[in-house]
Design a protein around this ligand. Structure first.
Ligand SMILES: [Zn+2]
Length: 80
């Protein structure tokens, strides 16, 4: 079994396709749509602005930007 450190909380987890432990991955998944929506509507906004306006924790925003976060495929789809 391959162990890895979660890039968000630093906890150990058994390595999968993700760089995050299952807990952080699902938290990041939850907020990703919100983040993407905001950035789409506010091109050129900075991290602080996104975090302050949307309420998404700044460390989540950093992951989205730095690591080109990829949401997991099985995340629940929001109906529009
Ligand atoms: Zn984690």
């Amino acid at each position: 079994m391959n162990l890895a450190n979660c890039k968000l909380c630093g906890g150990m987890f058994s390595k999968s396709l993700s760089s995050y432990c299952p807990t952080c991955q699902s938290k990041l998944d939850d907020r990703y749509d919100e983040y993407r929506e905001y950035v789409k509507n506010h091109p050129g906004c900075n991290m602080m602005e996104v975090a302050n306006t949307t309420g998404i924790p700044i460390n989540y925003v950093q992951q989205y930007i730095k690591d080109v976060f990829s949401p997991s495929l099985n995340r629940k789809k929001k109906s529009f």
